[in-house]
Each structure stands twice: as C-alpha cells, then as structure tokens.
Design a protein around this ligand. Structure first.
Ligand code: SF4
Ligand SMILES: [Zn+2]
Ligand SMILES: [Zn+2]
Length: 301
C-alpha cells in the first residue's frame, strides 16, 4: 500500500481515518495531533515550567521527546522530567536507566524521587507487609502524591503525564461501568487548586499503537517491559472489549473520549470542585484533614 500523502511505501494503516501512511507522514500526523490537543486544551502557556512524569516506558518517553521537539527551543517554556522510583525490584531499575538515557540525550533536568526516601519503604516492602488494598492502589496514590509534591517543589506549573487514547477511553468506560460519573468528570481538569499542579495529557488523542510506533521510528530508548504487579482484571476486560469493538467500528475510542469532553462541562455543575485543605501531617492538598496517603501508610499514629 502507498502513503496517502506522498505515495511512498506505507508502514501503517489508520482504520479510523482510512489513511495509509509512510513513516515520515505518520510522525507528522502524530505531532500535528499533539500540537492540536495542547492548543485546544491550553495545556502549555507562556512562562510555564512543564514537569513530565517520566517512567521510562514508551508513553512518557514519547511525551518527553515530543514536548522537547515542539517546545524545546522556546525561551519562555521550561521542561523538566520527574521519575518516581517506587522500589519495584526487577522492573524499575531498567526503566530508570532508560529514563536517565533519554533525559541526558535531550539535555533535560531529571529529578528522581523515591518512595523509600519519602515514605520510608519501597513498594515491594509495602506489598510484602500485606494490606487490604492491592499494590496498584498503594502505588497509584503514593506516586500521585509524590509527583505533585516534587513538581511543585521544583517550580513546575504543569504536570504532563503520558496517558494515550487507549488509556483514556478505557478509564472513561471503567468509570461508567462502575457508575462513578463524578470520577469520570474529574478526568477533565477544571481549574488550578492551591498546592495542586494542573495535570495535562498531551497524548490523549494518540492511539497506543501509534505511540509505540513513534518510539520505534524515532529510535527512542524505551523499556517495553511490564510491571510485575500490573494486573487489573477490569481494565484488561475493558481494553479487550474496546479493541474488539474498534475492529468493526473504527473510531470508537475517539468517540468515547469525545463523549467525555462533551459531557464533562455540563456535568461539572452537579459535581462542583471541592475546596482543598492541607493535610495536617504532610502538608499536601487534601479534601479532608488527613490525606489519603498519610492514612494509607499509617502516618496518623
Ligand atoms: S502496575 Fe501498579 S504497581 Fe506497577 S507501576 Fe503501575 S500502578 Fe504501580
Ligand atoms: Zn508519505
Ligand atoms: Zn498527608
């Protein structure tokens, strides 16, 4: 098949657009979409310091590379990278190595913060102790908390995360299937809250497969390994369901995300943003007196 734009050999077919694309035109298409997403949702503005949450996996590595390519020359925009080392033996050391490689290649300041230093235990130690929640519940809450704190302490005005179209469409559906409309509405950030760095998802319009292809085509140092704790039954089922549905109905994932965008604004009135306090133990923003993380790790005493 030939590329729709230049008639050279195509390497990728986009079922949702009907286009066959060669490597340079796929790259161009992805970059155009990311720029459009950033502009449409005002994800980056003059004077911003963007902290990229860099795990070393394909999504965050592509995100960092792309933001550097699109905004690296802008004197009014600063880009830094933050990696959280949760302490997952056999997995995180490799991804950390890749994260260091890409930041030094691009000349981007790289900050590494660890669960061990912040919370006194690695994720492996927390999991070994057992607890009523699964590893990902601890990991997700602790990482979000530490990312926000580290971004703020390093002067970031935005926190960019690597969620792609597949991740976002899955999360919308998972929230719907659980009946958690409030959480679904909160996927689209409203406005900044004191102490909380606004999160953005510049890859939200790029299908996972294209993110992976971009990483390969640009020869980025990427770790494709999976976390040993990665097992979410419901996410796996929703992912399969969406992938199966996408075959006869290309564009379904985009349709799910567009539905969220259309519903979020009007629904926001039903779920007004809570005003936040600061946690009486760690000082991070929280809706109650003590934050979820201080409760989870038993800091309340
Ligand atoms: S899969 Fe779970 S435990 Fe592993 S890094 Fe992701 S959230 Fe953490
Ligand atoms: Zn082409
Ligand atoms: Zn706290």
């Amino acid at each position: 098949m030939k590329c729709r734009k230049c008639h050279k050999k195509a390497i990728h077919f986009q079922p949702y657009s009907g286009a066959h694309l060669c490597a340079p035109h796929l790259i161009e298409d992805i970059e155009r979409k990311v720029k459009h997403t950033i502009r449409k949702h005002r994800m980056i503005e003059k004077g911003d310091t963007i902290a990229v949450a860099l795990s070393g996996g394909k999504d965050s590595t592509v995100l960092l590379y792309l933001l550097h390519k699109l905004f690296g020359e802008r004197p009014d925009i600063n880009i830094i990278a933050i990696t959280i080392d949760e302490g997952i033996a056999g997995y995180r050391p490799n991804t950390l190595r890749h994260a260091k490689e890409i930041t030094s290649k691009l000349g981007i300041e790289h900050i590494i913060a660890s669960f061990k230093d912040e919370y006194g235990s690695t994720l492996d130690q927390i999991v070994a102790k057992g607890g009523e929640k699964g590893p990902c519940s601890y990991c997700g809450a602790l990482r979000k908390h530490l990312l926000n704190k580290t971004a703020r302490e390093n002067g970031a005005t935005r926190l960019a995360v690597g969620h792609n179209l597949d991740d976002e469409a899955q999360t919308v559906l998972m929230n719907l299937l659980r009946g958690d409309v409030e959480r679904m509405v909160r996927m689209v950030p409203a406005c900044a809250q004191p102490g909380l760095i606004l999160r953005s998802k510049p890859l939200r319009d790029i299908p996972e497969r294209e993110v992976a292809l971009y990483a390969i085509l640009e020869d980025l140092p990427v770790d494709f390994s999976e976390c040993p704790y990665a097992y979410s039954a419901i996410r796996g089922e929703v992912r399969d369901m969406l992938n199966d549905f996408e075959v006869p109905h290309p564009g379904t994932k985009y349709a799910v995300l567009r539905s969220l965008d259309k519903m979020a604004e009007p629904l926001r009135h039903n779920f007004p943003q809570q005003s936040l306090n600061t946690c009486s133990i760690c000082g991070e923003p929280t809706a109650s007196d003590i934050c979820q993380v201080c409760r989870l790790i038993g800091r309340e005493g």
